[in-house]
Design a binder for this molecule. Structure first.
Ligand code: CA
Length: 233
């Protein structure tokens, strides 16, 4: 789902903004569909099944809230990022109530929009590759869906975030996962943890799961890149 295979539907009636955003997203490697009115936006969302919808709130024919509600009523779980002109709390709440996943207040920077979309795309990719279970090392067994972890038959207490970090590592076993990816997938863009938070969670996972937490065999550091999960050393 990363890069050029991610399809974004952009529904925005202001032509200059629509063109600028669409061009910038294409430069980032996304495939972009656009609509200038609410009714055609909804139609494209239903027919073309984009991976992500970027939705302006104030639109001719049908507003963004109504489009989002309709998508959710039809059980479409496509992530929706709302673009709201006003920064009023009521608008944000209304957008989230309508089923939006995130919102940005205009005017926004393209860099910020790209960061939000990258986070959404990473979460989509992670959700598509969720591991069910893993067994490794010193008798460690993890059932991700049930959130159960044991070591040599004894229960190990992992927090939700520790499960999330381990799940992402295992889903990408053998590849380095960057601290920014952990933040995007496990913490989400609305929280503001630092990369140090990731390191602390890794340290706790090593304490709980590694034979020698100071010389980890499975949750290994990749210098300048992040962390990598190794099933067999
Ligand atoms: Ca508008």
């Amino acid at each position: 789902m990363e890069g050029d295979s991610v399809r974004i539907l952009l529904v925005e009636d202001e032509e200059a903004l629509r063109v600028a955003v669409a061009d910038s997203l294409r430069d980032e490697g996304y495939r972009v569909l656009t609509a200038a009115e609410g009714d055609t936006g909804l139609q494209l969302a239903l027919e073309e099944k984009p991976d992500i919808v970027v939705l302006d709130v104030m639109l001719p024919k049908r507003d963004g809230y109504s489009i989002c509600q309709e998508l959710r009523r039809l059980n479409l779980s496509v992530p929706v990022l709302m673009l709201t002109a006003r920064g009023l709390v009521d608008d944000r709440v209304r957008g989230l109530d309508a089923g939006a996943d995130d919102y940005m207040v205009k005017p926004f920077s393209l860099a910020e929009l790209h960061a939000r979309l990258r986070a959404i795309a990473r979460r989509l990719q992670s959700a598509a590759n969720k591991p069910e279970r893993i067994a490794f090392g010193d008798g460690v067994q993890v059932e991700f869906a049930q959130r159960i972890c044991s070591r040599n038959g004894a229960h190990v207490d992992l927090t939700a975030k520790e499960f999330g970090v381990l799940e992402l590592l295992v889903s990408r076993a053998g590849e380095p996962v960057s601290r920014d990816e952990f933040l995007d997938v496990v913490w989400g863009y609305t929280a503001f943890p630092t990369t140090r938070t990731v390191d602390n969670h890794i340290a706790r996972l090593r304490q709980k799961l590694e034979r020698d937490p100071a010389g980890p065999e499975h949750i290994v550091t990749v210098p300048k890149a992040g962390y990598r999960f190794v099933i067999e050393e």
